[in-house]
Design a protein around this ligand. Structure first.
Ligand code: GAR
Length: 191
């Protein structure tokens, strides 16, 4: 049976693009929707080659149950947060238990929580002179970045790495491992 995934992004959308590319030729997995809270997000343009259009939503739809109903009606097997920056409410977690996953650009539990996203994370990693960073893919619960971890992958850092070089190393890991982790989850009983 074909599985359906829904993607959420707030910005550039390079992860969304990789996920769309990965599943483009897969008859078993359908990207059934891409949702963004940001009408200026780069992800909107990135969808064009895939024949997909982003659904732009606002804060009230997100929190008043309207969007939750719209997405529930699509009967998705997995919701994927790929650079999505709004906090997922308890009503979403209750509706989709163990069916919402997030990617975080660091090795949680370090560098997680409110305000820790995108380059803020890499800045903090650099400031602390970490010898490594990486990615965490985890289930989403009511607390920011605290849901059960699915996988982590590490990359070594050099003292000389700039913040953008750290970001680049982390993005490489994300692009390599996020799509295959989604595929594996959908194959398992978890999704
Ligand atoms: C990714 O690095 C992702 O891990 C991060 O935002 C970036 C989005 O990049 N997510 C968070 O920081 C969530 N706390 P992209 O828009 O190019 O996919």
């Amino acid at each position: 049976m074909q599985k359906k995934i829904i993607l959420f992004a707030s910005g550039n959308g390079s992860n969304v693009e990789e996920i769309c590319r990965f599943f483009q030729q897969d008859p078993n997995i359908l990207v059934a929707g891409v949702y963004t809270n940001n009408p200026h997000a780069g992800v909107i343009q990135r969808l064009k080659p895939f024949g997909l259009e982003a659904r732009i939503f606002n804060k009230s739809e997100f929190s008043n149950g309207g969007l939750l109903k719209e997405i529930s009606d699509l009967e998705p097997d997995l919701l994927v947060l790929a650079g999505f920056l709004w906090k997922i409410g308890g009503d979403w977690v209750a509706k989709f238990p163990k069916k919402i996953i997030n990617i975080h650009p660091a090795l949680l539990p370090k560098y997680g929580g409110k305000g820790m996203y995108g380059n803020h994370v890499h800045q903090a990693v650099k400031a602390n002179r970490e010898k490594e960073s990486g990615i965490t893919i985890h289930f989403v619960n009511e607390a920011y970045d605290e849901g059960a971890i699915i996988i982590q992958k590490k990359t070594p850092l050099l003292e000389s790495d700039t913040e953008s070089q750290i970001a680049e190393k982390v993005h490489q890991l994300e692009h390599r491992y996020f799509p295959i982790t989604i595929a594996e989850l959908l194959k398992s009983e978890g999704a």
